[in-house]
Design a protein around this ligand. Sequence first.
Ligand code: NAD
Length: 729
Amino acid sequence: MNQAWTLTIDKEWIAWLTFDIPGEKVNTFSERTLNELDALLDELAINEAIKAVVIRSGKPDCFIAGADIEELARIRTPQEAKEKAEAGHAVFGKIAELPVPTVAAINGSCLGGGLEMALACDYRIVTDHPKTALGLPEVNLGILPGWGGTQRLPRLLGLGRALPMILTGRPMPGRKAHRIALADAIAAPEFFEDEIRRLVDRIVTRTGRREISQQRKRRQPRWLRFLCATPMGRRLVFHQARRGIMQKTNGLYPAPLKALEVVAKTYRRRTLQEGLSIEAQAFSELACTSISRNLVWIFQASQRLKKVGASATQDVPSIRAVGVVGAGIMGGGIAWALSQAGLRVRMKDINWDAIGTGLASAARMFKARVKRRKMTENELNLAMHRIAGTIDYTGFDALDVVIEAVAENLEIKKHVLGEIEAHVRPDTIICTNTSSLPLNELASALRRPKRFVGLHFFNPVNRMPLVEVIGGRSTSRETIVAATELVRRLGKTPVVVGDCPGFLVNRILLPYLVESAWMFEEGVDIQRIDRLLEQFGMPMGPLTLVDEVGLDVGYKVAKVLEDAYGQRMRVPCALGAVVESGGLTGKKSGAGFYLYNNGHKKPNPQVKDVTAEARKQDHISAQDLTDDQIVDRAILIMVNEAARCLEEGVVADPEVLDFAMVMGTGFAPFRGGLLHYADQRGVGEIKLRLEELAISFGDRFAPAPLLEKIARDGGCFYADGAAPNGDAH
Ligand code: NAD
């Protein structure tokens, strides 16, 4: 097999170690690549002629993406995990112990094990390439940096700067890495080679090394150094960090807490070797938990889904210019995503005021990126120039794709789709962003339904990574492929789903929201419902989510689903009563289930008034529910609907369904999605629970046929059992 690492020694006695795994787009550390590096380091250690070592990548925009995730997923026992961590420590230890200065030359992504290796080098140089990103994303996989990251990063940067990197997993661009002294030099990619040599020239002299060390100190704010210099200051920093984690994760994710514990136990208290051994032990305790397995599975699923259908892309028509019709909340967001990906956009609405609103919401999304230093003001201006507004269809004959995003009304949409078709070329693809209307009905307004497809973006477009791609009865295969390719170009993950009211995500999510409204009608405190589901792991409580979406919008979609699916999606009268009580549209109007004031929210006493009357109309009585009943009613109604979607073929397999629910709704990622949750809890137990709920609260809980069958067979939704492993709850 071809080597991934090559060693060359130039005439100035600089050793260049180049990492370039043949046939792979990115470099990762597997057992094999780590062993190869190990052997070369042994060779270097005994070569007394060498003056410095530079470690670099042969890939155009990736230094090292981290450890091989497949190997991580295969770890079976804590002992195996510990050995993996120790193997990394041993190899990186050899880098740190080389008798000559070492440099990591970082262009492109430098994540996880990649950064841990770079930290074992004496110096780092980065490029300002947009793809250069340095970070320790391990906590997002339910583990902690296990190859020295919890030890070497705080030693290099101090607690104040190292902890956020370790605890949030958020990567930083090259420029920031340089600013905070994580990198000692920075260069434009074109001059990278020259700058590496310049850095090497400096570090081979004692003066050069001293200068760099002073430069590092200068880049550390004095107050931060001072704060972490005393035990009391450190205790304060750890206390604040712990509070931040608890606020963000509700204590449901053990990895950041464990990582914090390791740093707190070791920083300025233990030698590097002792620290590494504590780190390896903590890593082994996390790596085999069901939480870590579920999080690793999500990562793997996202990688797999990004590639699905990608091989069939040779004959995808090239897309350069896209039209967006309807410049509202969604139209503005979609225009942003298109322009962000470098496409030209033509945005049409019925008047200039509406165009102004669409442009303003796109500009807001770009400004947020400028604020986070993800783009410059100049880039923002260029990106905004790519979006042109219009109130008629001039220029539509030059567009490759048009996305319709007008109001959710069948007649209006059919009319607009007909207009679009009359103004575009026969080969232009027409998409709709409808959230609930059946594709086939919309397609009836078109003469060329082959080139018509659903592209369901989620709100807010700049934050939601998922797009549902929906084919109607007549949609051609090429159109689906082109649409999924466009979604990928926008940096989002497409999931292809079947045409049914609500498609996949809303069809499963709405019963959850509606069930919460039933419980509200039965007299359960709204804060209690929200709190319990947050504790389950949902990103926000269901009634807060209804307020965020907008009560009016949510009610409309719920009614569409009630019309389509009948009794099992019946909407309680209380929801209609709240919507009709005037102005209670949720967060956007300052009042919904909650009252909103200056970023604070409190329950809205007004909404309770409607429940007694609504109960009468719905012929139900007030209920005294247990915590388990509340959670099970909200969650198992989704599991049941998910089983129906699977059975009807709305989605190809459980993996796509779980991934879509995690990415589209934020369903507790550490549980690995609805069907993993069901498998891990036991489908048989869920069936029994649904039957109990059906007796107490209505037939909508009657187990779906597929769920019954799986329970009868003692099986699981996933063919390989309660994968990715682990216990329930
Ligand atoms: P919106 O009311 O904010 O915007 C609709 C825009 O369409 C308005 O600017 C309106 O002037 C314009 N419009 C109406 N008739 C038009 C015509 N004939 N030609 C051009 N423009 C016209 O609505 P929105 O929330 O952006 O929703 C748009 C679509 O996206 C709907 O189908 C909705 O179901 C779907 N959607 C919405 C969300 C969400 O959370 N808002 C999420 C996913 C999908």
